[in-house]
Design a binder for this molecule. Structure first.
Ligand SMILES: CC(=O)N[C@@H](CCC[C@H](N)C(=O)O)C(=O)O
Length: 371
């Protein structure tokens, strides 16, 4: 597949971002594309809104897995593109349009010229939430062709095109979503003393949360508590009866996530007393850390250098990935692919450079051929 074709696919996918487990058009698009490739060695299945494609090897001794995530984010796009999202309010702001395009490019090459081993291409739904990897791992569709080794990439806007970065061991954090609901007595804006203002309660809670990381967690450990969304109230002159905080917790050790949760719960109890309200906490979905297998990273680094791509040793990041669950069960690795964008992941103006697409395709193909 040449650069123009890759660019076309990426742009078409960019226009149809869909949220987790609602990737209906995306799934249809992927199936239509895959059906145009030589079918002789392919076995195509769907799972939920995802797609699994097994490329049968010429003399298989094992199965190699390659995973691409396919969902978008609830972000209003503000790029300079003339091929913006046509799904108002949704955007491929985490590069999954790139991830899918690269997987399609590599799949086509393997469909034309298969390797000795079987190769499973996994187009996985719901990476941004609520998490597609865990239920996929438990599905019969996956178990019947479970890989012996698996890998995946993530675009890196802060790295130049032609650069790849990864490391042995811990690459991505443990995560837990965080939803906190406040309920108290609302009323007239002019009589605050007769109410329990949930906007004030929730606002104070946000600042108190920040003190968990700075005052409760051992400074030699790493943790992040981010609130990305606050809602509450209906109109400017009514004191709100309800408010809601939505956020995420990130830590580099699974045990520290439990510590953070414990302190959030203590805070909630104290605030229930001081604001005379009820506070309920829901942790949504959790992702396990991404932990790369040493030996595979060593081999992968050689493949990268052999392609004249620059290797940058990575640091662990507080990003989360449900691919961590796959690596918990199956050895393998994840890496960052440089795409050079002024604006970063989850930003409404993310504009990755499309020259990185063919670099990604060639690298994924060569890695598969050398595994
Ligand atoms: C690579 C990336 O950006 N992944 C997401 C995963 C989100 C997990 C979950 N919804 C949460 O927020 O905890 C990330 O935000 O790191």
């Amino acid at each position: 597949m040449n650069d123009r074709k890759l660019q076309k696919i990426r742009r078409e996918l960019h226009q149809i971002p869909e949220l987790g487990f609602k990737e209906f058009k995306t799934q249809q698009y992927l199936l239509e594309k895959i059906r145009t490739y030589p079918q002789e060695h392919l076995n195509l299945k769907t799972w939920e809104t995802g797609v699994l494609v097994l490329v049968k090897g010429t003399n298989p001794k094992k199965t190699i897995g390659y995973r691409a995530d396919i969902d978008g984010l609830p972000i209003v796009e503000q790029t300079s593109y003339d091929f913006k999202s046509t799904h108002e309010g949704n955007m491929h702001a985490c590069g999954h349009d790139f991830h899918m395009t690269i997987a399609l490019g590599a799949l086509e090459k393997l469909a034309i010229d298969p390797v000795q081993d079987n190769v499973l291409f996994i187009f996985q739904p719901a990476e941004e939430g609520p998490g597609g990897a865990m239920p996929l791992l438990e599905s019969e569709e996956f178990k019947s062709c479970k890989p012996d080794v698996i890998f995946a990439l993530h675009i890196a806007p802060e790295l130049p095109v032609g650069t790849v970065s990864s490391k042995a061991g811990l690459l991505f954090a443990n995560t837990s979503e965080l939803f906190i609901d406040f309920k108290g007595k609302g009323g007239h804006a002019a009589y605050p003393h007769l109410t329990k203002d949930m906007v004030v309660a929730a606002s104070n809670f946000v600042t108190q949360l920040q003190q968990i990381v700075s005052r409760k967690i051992d400074p030699l450990e790493s943790a992040v508590v981010t609130i990305g969304k606050i809602t509450g109230g209906f109109v400017q002159n009514v004191i709100a009866e309800e408010a809601r905080l939505e956020g995420t917790i990130r830590t580099l050790k699974p045990t520290i996530i439990d510590e953070v949760k414990h302190h959030i719960e203590i805070l909630a109890k104290g605030n229930e007393l001081s604001y005379d309200c009820s506070i309920s906490i829901d942790y949504g979905s959790n992702y396990y850390q991404v932990f790369n297998t040493d030996d595979y990273i060593k081999n992968f680094k050689n493949v990268v250098l052999g392609q004249n791509i620059i290797w940058k040793e990575a640091k662990a990041a507080m990003t989360g990935e449900d691919f961590g669950y796959m690596l918990k069960e199956i050895p393998g690795f994840m890496f960052w692919l440089g795409v050079d964008s002024t604006y970063g992941l989850h930003h409404s103006q993310l504009e990755p450079q499309e020259e990185a697409l063919s670099i990604g395709v060639n690298l994924v193909e060569s890695t598969i051929r050398q595994l």
